[in-house]
Structure formats: structure tokens, C-alpha cells
Design a protein around this ligand. Sequence first.
Ligand SMILES: [Zn+2]
Ligand SMILES: [Zn+2]
Ligand SMILES: [Zn+2]
Length: 344
Amino acid sequence: MAVPALDAEKLKENALTSIRLGIEDFQRSRLAPEQNGDPARALSAIRNLFAGVLLLFKYKIATSVDDPQDAATLIFNPPEVLPQADGNGGVEWQPVGKFKRTTIDVATIKKRFEGFDIEMDWATIEKLQECRNHLEHLHPANTLGEVADFVAELFPILRDFVQTQINEQPAELLGAAWPIMLDHHTFFMDTRKECVAAWNEAGVPDMMQPWLEKCQCEDCGSSLLRPHADDIEEGMSVEGHDDAFRYLCVACGHSDLIGPLMIKNLDDAYDYDPRDGGEPSVETCNECQRDTFVIGEQHCLWCGAELDYTECAVCEEALRQDDQFNGGLCGYHHHVYEKAMRDD
Ligand SMILES: [Zn+2]
Ligand SMILES: [Zn+2]
Ligand SMILES: [Zn+2]
């Protein structure tokens, strides 16, 4: 099956152009309007950067084989392979049609990487892809912080890939885009470290820590949140003052309550749809009245409240907060027991 040979150098050129444009968009999105800034560029920054990285991945795949025609078969979507009768009562699997004009997507790039033993942090790539898809639906003004997160997270992937897989120096290959990304990444990591250290002094309940880490500014989507200095100075703690303790967004200056945001992240993660037969897995804690009691784990992530009775003494069914007044029995066995007592 003839496929036109692939010009791998063209792929590389397109990749670099895309990344350069992405970084230009990124810079424009961050400038004030009077400095010729334009927040609407945030989305094209993400689109260009992500496309550029995928092109670089395809370039790597294409240059993993010697023959440019083989390279094309790896980069373009292959024809579908379908079963056909072989005329003797057997079956033959045959490709139907030609290689398509479209090139492979993220899922197929992943398969090619696996096939050619090219290592990649797919968890981060998939997170970035999710972020890109999610940003398509938001107003650009509400994405600036998240875009900054995106660029910072993309940086180590790009740096390592260029060094270890393309065998070039990122500063040379990426030109002017490189120092901008480097500075941004350095700023981002330093700020994140400061934020983490500051929250460590803010009295966040231990078990809520993972949900704090998922918090993003409600105005710009940035993950660079720190405890509000005034509230720290007041001697407040997140644990005891979730109705007053505020975060401050380092990216845009917005501030709001951190407690409800953490609880919202928790509840969203355990979201369910009763129409699908789902049941809630988080409920209001009887001790602290917050929506932080994880039913399956039988404890409250905020105040640490646990159940006195965790399973029915008769059938060993897991008990819930509602069952606690049944003296260690499930609803059914409590009922059976009550009935037996009455009948005596
Ligand atoms: Zn913000
Ligand atoms: Zn509680
Ligand atoms: Zn029982």
C-alpha cells in the first residue's frame, strides 16, 4: 500500500513554529490592554502549545524509522482492518481503503511511543489535554491563571523531551520561547513552594490537604493560592474558621473563602447521579455539620469524627452515621431485635 513519503523536518519546523506562536500568545494574554495585551489570546496560546508538543512527538516517531515511507505509515491514520470471507469457509483480516489524510491523535501517539519504547509522562499530557478541552468553554478572562498553570506544567515535559528524545539543547531548539518559559516556570515553582509553606501554617485539617491542593482561583483558575495574610495575623485557622478564612490568588489578586472551596472539590470528586442508580458517598457530618463525612471511609475528613459502631454485630454490614443509635446493629437486625423483645 503506497503512502507518500513523510518529510520529518517539516514536522519539526511546524512544531517549533506552533510553540513559538503559543508563547507569543501567552505573553500577549498576560499584558495589560494599554501594553497591547489581549486576554483572548490565552486560548490560542494553549491550542498552539499543545499542538506544537504533539507535532514534536510525531517528529520523534517519524525519525524513529529510517524509511520516510515507513514514517508516513506511523504518522497517518491507518486504514481500517476488516474481516472478509476467504472463500474456503475461513476468514481473512484485510485493510480496507488507504491511509487517511489525518494524522494520529494523542491516544495513538501513546501507542506508537509504547511500540517504540519512547518514555513519556502521560498522566501530565492527559491532564494538559483535559485542561485545553475545558478552557475551550470558558470566557478568556476566567482562564488566565489556568493558562499560566498549563505553561508551567508543560515546561518540564518539553525540556526533558527535547534533551533526551530529540537530543538537542532546548535553549537552541526553542529560541526566544525558551527563556520566557524558563522564567515563568521558575516563578511558578517558587511561588507554589511559598504557597505550600504558608498553608502549612494555616491550620488546614490533615485529611483535607488533598482537597486544598486541588483548589483553583474562582476568578482566573490559577492554582497559586495562598492564605490571606490578614486572616493569619488575626490568629485564625482554616479548621476552626472556614466561614471566614480567605485565600488570596497570587495570579490575579482575587480573594474568597478557602473552606467551602475545599469542600466543593471534595463533593465534586464524589459526585453522583441518582438517575444512574448512584448514591451519595459524602454526607453531612453529625459532629461538625460540614459536608465532609465520607461514608465509605466511615470518617469525617474535616473534624476526624469516626463511628462508634462500624459494622453490624450480626451480619457485619457496614454501618453509617444514621445507624449509630441502633446499639451496633444494622437497621434490619435492630428491627428484628426490637420485635423479639416485644414478643417475649
Ligand atoms: Zn486568580
Ligand atoms: Zn466532621
Ligand atoms: Zn445486620
